[in-house]
Design a protein around this ligand. Structure first.
Ligand code: AMP
Length: 194
């Protein structure tokens, strides 16, 4: 796998979450910057999204935000980003974020984060890309998702190979390590990039 340059971060926009999640977001932003990665994310200033961006920027990363017109008012665009792109729809946002990314880090989040995660997971399953996907399981937040994935495989709605597409790690430090140490996908890759 060629060297990774730009990492897309998907995470929650809620401002009401426990400090343990905010610490994960801060450390993720800091480590991404210190490891020399560019960051792309949804462009918001609130919640874990804003914290990742703040800490990546503070440590010298180039941070690009992709935000739909609709969310500029609801969530608020981050005012201090290296680059911000205003797009027309949520679908364009997700497409642009995934196109710019060489890999994905998923932090705890809500429905929006799950939507983003499952889109890139299914695109990988469909061999539309072969980019690493790393899920940070802070506070065991994603344990129910791990269980669901096990059940999906147990009941043969997906294969064990599909489960390897998303790597669960315990911390931002492990996530950065995993980005350079992921196994090759077991399915062939058709070479069609998102
Ligand atoms: P959440 O995990 O629900 O806090 O959402 C995280 C981010 O994903 C927020 O910026 C949401 O506005 C965004 N989001 C929610 N639904 C979608 C969607 N269908 N497509 C793209 N982004 C979304």
């Amino acid at each position: 796998m060629p060297a990774l340059k730009t990492i897309c971060v998907y995470c929650g926009a809620s401002t009401r979450v426990d400090a343990v999640y905010r610490e994960t977001a801060a450390r993720t932003g800091e480590l991404l910057a210190r490891s020399g990665f560019n960051v792309v994310y949804g462009g918001g200033r609130l919640g874990l999204m804003g914290i990742v961006a703040d800490n990546a920027l503070a440590n010298g990363a180039h941070v690009t935000g992709i935000i739909p017109t609709l969310l500029q008012d609801i969530e608020g665009a981050h005012p201090g980003l290296s680059e911000i792109e205003i797009v027309d729809t949520m679908h364009t946002r997700k497409r642009k974020m995934s196109e710019l990314a060489d890999a994905f880090i998923i932090l705890p989040g809500g429905f929006g984060t799950l939507d983003e995660l499952f889109e890139i997971l299914t695109w990988r399953q469909l061999q539309m890309h072969d980019k690493p996907i790393v899920i940070i399981n802070t506070n065991s937040y994603w344990n129910p998702l791990k269980l669901l994935i096990s059940n999906i495989i147990e009941e043969k709605f997906a294969t064990p190979a599909h489960a390897t597409f998303a790597k669960f790690v315990a911390s931002p430090d492990e996530a950065i390590g995993a980005l350079t140490d992921l196994p090759e996908p077991e399915l062939g890759f058709a070479g069609q990039h998102v």
